[in-house]
Design a protein around this ligand. Structure first.
Ligand code: BQK
Length: 130
């Protein structure tokens, strides 16, 4: 009902603000747009489920996420894919792995500090009711 839509609207605002803050952080520049398969032809041989910050924003707008955990399932793909595609000990791989790990830590820290636990539970209850 209307109260549920108010809750999900607030969740979309939080997730949009979080994602836009990550997109503005130059450490995460490599994660802002889908990997260009023309530029990186072997990418899809290694990574099954590509994800990036701009795709997260589109998913939010399309009301894909009813809970934070559904958002994190997609958001986690971004850094997981980067660790998978960049396993080598050379500096280039280490550099992007470091930014991937920082992305993971930054997302979770912002959520823990800025998202009310009771609000998260209300979103879970809406998901379970549908
Ligand atoms: C996002 C990602 O995982 C990614 N990984 C890369 N790895 C490498 O270049 C490693 C691969 N191993 C050998 C040494 N080079 S480049 C790159 C990327 C960066 C961008 O700024 C945009 C973009 O679309 C993709």
């Amino acid at each position: 009902e209307e109260q549920e839509e108010d809750v999900l609207r607030e969740l979309r605002l939080f997730l949009t603000n979080l994602t836009e803050r990550l997109m503005l952080d130059r450490r995460f520049k490599a994660f802002t747009k889908p990997v260009d398969i023309e530029e990186v032809p072997d990418y899809l041989m290694v990574v099954q489920n590509p994800m990036d910050l701009s795709t997260l924003l589109s998913n939010i707008d399309e009301h894909k996420y009813v809970t934070v955990n559904e958002f994190l399932s997609d958001a986690d793909l971004i850094w997981q894919n980067a660790l998978e595609y960049n396993p080598k000990r050379d500096q280039a791989d280490r550099h992007i792995r470091h930014h991937a790990c920082t992305l993971k830590d930054t997302m979770r820290t912002i959520i823990r500090k800025e998202l009310d636990k009771d609000f998260q539970r209300i979103c879970e209850e809406i998901r379970e009711s549908r």
